[in-house]
Design a protein around this ligand. Sequence first.
Ligand code: HEM
Length: 265
Amino acid sequence: MARRGNGNGNGHGRKTPGERLVEVGDQIRGSQVWTSIFRPGSIFRRGYTDSPRNRSYVIMNSVLYHLHPVKVKRHAVRVSYTLCLGGLSFFLFILLTVTGIFLMFFYRPTEAQAWNDIRTLHTAVTFGLLVRNMHRWAAHLMVITVFLHMARVFYHGAYKPPREFNWVIGVILLLLTLLLSFTGYLLPWDQLALWAVTVGTNMMGYTPVFGPQVRFVLLGSKEISGETLLRWYVLHVLMFPFVIVIFMAVHFWRVRKDGGLSGPL
Ligand code: HEM
């Protein structure tokens, strides 16, 4: 608490700058703002080493730390067990979100502007080419890491109960990753994009019973057009990212609820 009075020991009743600093520090630490942020369990209060109870407090009372379990199995923190492939997939998703937002500042999804905007990004925007390539490479890499993560999970038999529900969530995540990748493919509006999507949606059209209808809804017309570009843009920047974030949250939560990582082998 704040120290008051003249008992500063210098005999003049005035406080030295050092004493005033201590007093201000005490006032800040006693304030409501400080105590409401640094509650019991904050590492800024007592560190996180004094007792098992305090360590648990630190984890449970911090929004960031509580994503981690209070205790983990020893083998689960070995990089050689998971190869960090799930974590890498998540990291790439964050990178894709950040670089994607940058690209959105310069890209307009219309027939007349899309391709030109990409060219302008290459030639006239500071770091435009770099950020576009980061986005493209991260997208390719994410497909690879998600697939390898699935292979790792399969190798460890982690698809078996009690993790079978999380395996199904994982399959949905793989599907969403591929859909994000495919919808992004059209956006540069170049020949490669146009014909890749023509082939893809033609294949879709041959699905029995509802194939032609689904193709029509996805294209927004009978042929690939500006309507298609707008639809795929909205799916790519809004719908699929939104849905994948929800499924990722469920996925991470399930890892915790299923008792942490599987194993050891
Ligand atoms: C966007 C895609 C995905 C992300 C970001 C992701 C993320 C993660 C992370 C961070 C973990 C913790 C352990 C680790 O890093 O390996 C994990 C575990 C797990 N994931 Fe994924 N994952 C994705 C896709 C998948 C897919 C495609 C499957 C399977 C079809 C899957 C099934 C599982 C299972 C069963 C576990 C528990 C593994 C264990 O207990 O050993 N995930 N995931």
